[in-house]
Design a binder for this molecule. Structure first.
Ligand SMILES: CC(=O)SCCNC(=O)CCNC(=O)[C@H](O)C(C)(C)COP(=O)(O)OP(=O)(O)OC[C@H]1O[C@@H](n2cnc3c(N)ncnc32)[C@H](O)[C@@H]1OP(=O)(O)O
Length: 407
């Protein structure tokens, strides 16, 4: 018998209904420029809807992008646009969409991992997604922090212009940095348009987006994107500089960009929602506490193909370990896997040898980018270390993951 609510691939004709649905569940109006931005990255063949007698009541999609992981850049399904209408919630529709999507990604065999940003942290562990990367939220009292003095003879200059006109420079900087920045996603032209998109509805009373590029003798070495929310109170000017992204290929550029952002006239605070947990700013200012940093979860990782994913990244130290994995959804991942490798590469094969470590696919996903320590998960009782062969250090990396964008 046909199920009352059908789960089916989307068609191009579904797009307006999908926008209405996502607008409803995320409490915003997806129209105008915002709808165009969504259309620009929409991949109809990676979108599923649940359909109740012709009405789109649920949606899930994936984007085809790359992700930087320790020592490698790999294909990763970027899952997004998950929603179920309030009239149809808690009837298992997300369950159905999520299971089917995971199976389809696995069957296609292209992407060893999937990633997402979670609207609520309790939703995704049940589907094998582990919290793999944190981000830092900064709320900076910019008049109360000092940066080191600028160099006597700066090696470059700042050039402010319309963001679109700086696209080539920003792309150059981003691509130079991306191979070594764990958690960064590839950005083709469509994704740069999405990142630079500036719909009025996202400004919340702030200005349009501004951009500045730092130009060194050999070309662009960094850029920053921000808006300003104007404000005045009894003390006078009280504007907030809202920093979206700062990318710099060298420390001098980084310092120059932050000196510029922290010094914008009439501002009394600078905020940044997607700071790296290793943001160099923490080590530059004289009063790091005045940066007002707070941790939040960022990127969630799901290992689609455990052996392929484990072999795709590199390891900080030599590793030769047997991991027993449980995966109730993609059951082909369940079993014992021998991971052998180190900084130069790795292999991972099925084994019948006894396990050194036992964990769920969710916890392995959490540890995959080197941002969550297996030892910390073991201390929480989520990972079981069964022998003295502990791969915790090998799974870390010289940089912590620093995802840059919510998609
Ligand atoms: C990657 C992204 O796009 S993140 C964005 C996710 N979307 C949103 O937050 C938009 C608003 N919320 C929604 O649209 C819906 O509530 C959804 C999509 C989160 C859940 O859809 P539903 O169809 O109600 O979920 P479903 O009935 O399949 O529930 C699956 C399980 O998740 C749990 N669950 C569902 N939503 C939530 C939630 N918001 N918080 C905690 N647990 C949840 C359910 O309790 C259920 O648990 P069980 O399997 O132990 O019984």
């Amino acid at each position: 018998m046909k199920e009352a609510i059908e789960l089916r691939p989307s068609t191009p004709d579904d797009f307006p209904a999908i926008c209405r649905l996502l607008g409803t569940v995320f409490h915003e109006d997806i129209a105008g420029e915002l709808k165009e931005l969504e259309a620009g990255v929409f991949e109809v063949d990676r979108s599923l809807v649940t359909d109740d007698a012709g009405l789109v009541v649920g949606h899930i999609q994936a984007f085809t992008r790359e992700l930087t992981v320790p020592g490698a850049v790999i294909p990763a399904a970027h899952v997004s646009g998950v929603g179920v209408l309030p009239t149809h919630r808690r009837r298992g529709l997300l369950n159905r969409m999520m299971h089917r999507q995971l199976r389809e990604i696995a069957a296609a065999g292209r992407e060893p991992v999937a990633v997402l940003w979670a609207s609520e942290t309790s939703i995704y562990p049940r589907y094998g997604y582990g919290a793999a990367a944190s981000r830092l939220f900064f709320n900076i009292m910019n008049r109360e922090v000092r940066l080191p003095a600028p160099p006597q003879e700066p090696s470059g200059r700042l050039r402010m212009a319309e963001p679109d006109s700086l696209l080539a420079d920003m792309t150059k900087v981003y691509e130079q940095m991306r191979p070594d920045r764990i958690g960064w996603s590839s950005r083709d032209d469509r994704w740069w348009r999405f990142v630079l998109g500036d719909p009025e509805s996202h400004r919340d009373g702030a200005t349009k987006r501004y951009a500045v590029v730092h130009e060194g003798p050999g070309g662009p070495t960094g850029y920053a994107l921000w808006r300003i929310k104007d404000g005045w109170n009894n003390h006078g000017p009280n504007a907030e500089v809202q920093v979206r992204e700062v990318a710099a290929t060298d420390p001098e550029t980084y310092l120059t960009l932050w000196r510029f952002l922290l010094g914008i006239d009439l501002s009394r605070s600078v905020t940044m929602r997607l700071g790296s947990v290793e943001e160099p700013l923490l080590h530059l200012v004289d009063e790091p506490r005045r940066l007002g940093p707070s941790f939040v979860d960022g990127l969630w990782v799901r290992l689609i193909d455990v052996p392929a994913a484990l072999a795709a990244r590199r390891y900080a130290t030599a590793v030769d370990v047997v991991i027993e994995v449980t995966d109730p959804i993609l059951t082909q991942n369940s079993g014992r896997w021998r991971l052998t490798g180190g900084p130069e590469g790795a292999t991972c094969t099925a084994t019948t040898d006894p396990a050194d470590l036992a964990c769920s696919v969710t916890d392995l996903g959490a540890a995959y980018l080197g941002g969550t320590s297996l030892a910390a998960l073991a201390a929480a009782g989520r990972v079981r270390q069964l022998t003295a062969n502990d791969p915790s250090i090998a799974f870390r990396w010289h940089r912590l993951p620093s995802p840059t964008e919510v998609y």
